[in-house]
Design a protein around this ligand. Structure first.
Ligand SMILES: [Zn+2]
Ligand SMILES: [Zn+2]
Length: 413
């Protein structure tokens, strides 16, 4: 187990939240796939309508400081454009050494995974399609513009393509056929084998669940979005050659594998992943994604001094881009509203994209559970500007009200 801290929230309350989360530490437990299930499994949480913010999570009981309230695997997780070589493309764990294990046997893939189980889980969900795409130009443009969400959108598109093709999406019945199909180049066989092996962190279903997340209306499509969308479509195009009707793949002899509809045409790609789909996806990712910062230090969680050293290393290196490994979107956690004085700490105890939210202080029953969306170390004006620009609201949390009152008071004197 390793530890990492969400730098966006500037939460470095190491001993308290770590001690709390060990009580609930169960990284291998299955993560419920729907919000209802998640809430049913966490009776200390209550989802309520909030007049100004739509909905929010509240404490259904008195909560002690340090208690782990939410532990959630992401719906979607993707490395930052600059961290693609040193980060697992499935779980965002930093890779040991410089390169890590590349996926597949062709040697041309740019996909990297920390373990066979992440490799298998990614193949089951999206990597079989992604390997056939050419996202080089999109990745380059994202690197130049410091954009990360188009890469998450590309991963979402690959998930939808694999489902359309019947690759890997429903895992229960198909594993028995994996040993009989031996044609190594056949993506169906690869995906089916992956289904049998997949046991990485269980991810939610982004295709249906991303639709539950907040959405900002985009009256006009920004020009950079149009350009990046074109690059995304371009990157998907090789799929229509690999999975064409009557082509090698669908006519292959692995009859025991399920095939779905088995083909991807250029028209289907344009229709599925048009500019409306792109804007809708990007708008939701912009509002709901968390930055995942992992620590490159390997730690023994039973040694508190190691954790403290890691926190210090993280603090002293806070400006370094090397730790900002990726972004992830969550279902339950996306229901948490913002406060500049949040009552939850956000951490990544597994040093991957599985996020833990624990009580930063004692919380009374009925209190809203909050996180901070921005750098809480900034002054009032900077915080308000960041929230207004990035999230479209004016913060009226107790801290803002108090600081605003103090400022108004002093300016009237
Ligand atoms: Zn991994
Ligand atoms: Zn505030």
């Amino acid at each position: 187990m390793r530890r990492q801290i969400l730098a966006a929230s500037q939460l470095i309350r190491l001993p308290g939240s770590w001690a709390g989360s060990t009580r609930w530490m169960s990284m291998t437990a299955a993560v419920p796939s729907t919000l209802d299930e998640q809430l049913a499994n966490a009776p200390w949480l209550q989802l309520l309508q909030v007049p100004s913010a739509g909905r929010g999570l509240f404490a259904a009981t008195d909560i002690e400081q340090g208690m782990l309230l939410i532990e959630e695997a992401p719906l979607l997780a993707a490395p930052s454009p600059h961290a693609m070589d040193c980060t697992c493309h499935h779980c965002l764990r930093p890779l040991a050494g410089s390169s890590g294990s590349t996926s597949g046997s062709k040697g041309t893939s740019s996909l990297r995974f920390c373990s066979p189980s992440c490799d298998a889980a990614a193949r089951q969900a999206w990597a079989v399609a992604a390997e056939r795409c050419s996202f080089g130009a999109l990745q380059q443009a994202c690197r130049e513009r410091a954009e990360k969400f188009p890469l998450m959108a590309a991963q979402l598109a690959c998930i939808q393509v694999q489902r359309h093709l019947g690759l890997g999406s429903s895992s229960s019945s198909s594993s028995s056929s994996s040993s009989s199909s031996s044609s190594g180049a056949n993506p169906l066989a690869a995906a089916t084998a992956a289904v049998a092996e997949a046991e990485g962190p269980a991810m939610g279903d982004p295709v249906t669940q991303l639709r539950h997340l907040c959405f900002a209306n985009m009256p006009d499509v920004p020009q950079p979005w149009t350009e990046l969308h074109q690059l995304l479509l371009q990157g998907l195009r090789p799929l229509s050659a690999d999975f064409k009707p009557g082509g090698d793949v669908s006519s292959s002899s692995s009859s025991s594998s399920r095939r779905g509809s088995g083909s991807v045409s250029p028209e289907w790609l344009e229709q599925q992943f048009g500019i409306e789909w792109y804007c809708d996806t990007l708008a939701r990712l912009h509002l709901n994604s968390f930055r995942v910062d992992t620590l490159p230090v390997h730690l023994d969680p039973s040694d508190p001094s190691a954790l403290l050293k890691a926190a210090m290393a993280h603090l002293s290196d806070a400006g370094s881009a090397s730790h900002r490994t990726g972004s992830a979107a969550y279902l339950l956690a996306s229901m948490l509203n913002h406060s500049c004085e949040p009552c939850l700490d956000v951490t990544f105890p597994g040093n991957n994209a599985v996020a833990s939210f624990s009580a930063a202080r004692d919380i009374a029953r009925g209190e809203e559970l909050t996180i901070t969306y921005i750098d809480g170390g900034q002054g009032l004006a900077a915080r308000q500007a960041a929230l207004s620009w990035g999230y479209g609201f004016t913060c009226r949390c107790p801290r803002c009200v108090e600081e605003g009152g103090a400022e108004a008071g002093s300016s009237h004197q």
